[in-house]
Design a protein around this ligand. Structure first.
Ligand code: HEM
Length: 189
């Protein structure tokens, strides 16, 4: 097999742009509406109240966005290869082992989050791992947060009600926590 050739600058930019656009598109189209169908009944109520709460007090939007990102991480996992033997909690990991980092599990760790199964748009601090951790922490996290903030501000300014009208069609993927289609009814202001 021939040795791998390094990517050109243009290829790298193209890859990053594709990744970013894909993630954002996936994320923004699905995150808010997905809540209705994938949450337990008590949480569904919280989410239906979300728009009313945020409209009444727009300062809640940043913590509401963080909670959406914590509760439904758009990415299920990434993987690492152990460079040396290490112990993580009770688990021995050997050099060369592949380790999956399951973000939904990390985000429900009761040692880190009080009442982790409760969807709380006022949760603060909210040190979720949906954007990863450490040296590979998502380069686009600030952009993603800003886009979500603007998207919700604009959406709530124009729409008074968002209701799901059919069950969503989920993306078949163990990497992206996505939705292929979700029909909703929007009531204009
Ligand atoms: C809500 C949307 C997004 C989510 C949930 C997300 C999530 C993540 C996660 C979990 C990682 C860590 C990967 C790892 O540890 O191996 C990551 C890395 C990365 N993300 Fe994002 N991302 C999002 C949006 C974006 C956007 C908008 C961009 C670019 C504009 C972007 C660019 C990157 C890049 C370049 C890395 C690799 C960083 C590195 O390896 O040093 N992401 N992202």
């Amino acid at each position: 097999m021939s040795p791998p050739t390094p990517m050109t600058r243009e290829e790298l930019i193209e890859l990053a742009a594709l990744d970013a656009l894909g993630l954002l598109d996936e994320y923004e189209s699905a995150l808010f509406t997905r809540s209705f169908h994938h949450a337990p009944a008590a949480v569904q109520k919280e989410i239906k109240d979300l728009q009313a709460a945020v409209t009444a007090d727009p300062s809640l939007l940043p913590t509401a966005i963080e909670e959406m990102v914590r509760y439904w991480p758009p990415i299920h996992h990434f993987r690492r290869t152990a460079m040396r033997d290490v112990r993580i909690g009770d688990q021995e990991v050997k050099e060369g082992d592949k380790v999956l980092m399951w973000y939904p599990a990390a985000n429900r760790d009761e040692e880190m989050f009080s009442n982790p199964d409760v969807f709380d748009i006022r949760r603060d601090p909210n040190e979720h791992l949906s954007f990863g951790i450490g040296e590979h922490f998502c380069l686009g996290a600030s952009l993603a947060r800003l886009e979500l903030q603007i998207m919700f501000e604009e959406l709530f300014a124009k729409v008074s009600k968002i209701e799901p009208v059919a069950p969503p069609r989920r993306l078949r993927s163990n990497l992206i926590n996505g939705i292929k289609e979700m029909r909703v009814r929007l009531t204009p202001r």
